[in-house]
Design a binder for this molecule. Sequence first.
Ligand SMILES: [Zn+2]
Ligand SMILES: [Zn+2]
Length: 104
Amino acid sequence: MAAPPPIPREVRRLGVHAVRIVWQDDHQAEYGNRYLRDNCPCAECRENPRRTLPIVGQEEEVYPVQIAAVGRYAISVQWSDGHDTGIYSYKTLREICPCAACVG
Ligand SMILES: [Zn+2]
Ligand SMILES: [Zn+2]
């Protein structure tokens, strides 16, 4: 039996630096904004990696201005440059968790 999909207990924007997610199982991680954006799952970003990113030197300024729940399985992120088509499933977020325990 596969484990049920993880669900965040808390999703918090940490200003221009990162997004923190605390999962229901107490697992906790901070996703750097750049990292999160690099992993944007929308078709546009997947087909044209990095194309939607601002020019070099400004990438640090891209941060989420709004994060909204999508059903019970995902969140959508609206970025400061207007990009808002990425829907990050909780499953994906957990898979790309950058914490020391998950990365190894
Ligand atoms: Zn995207
Ligand atoms: Zn982790």
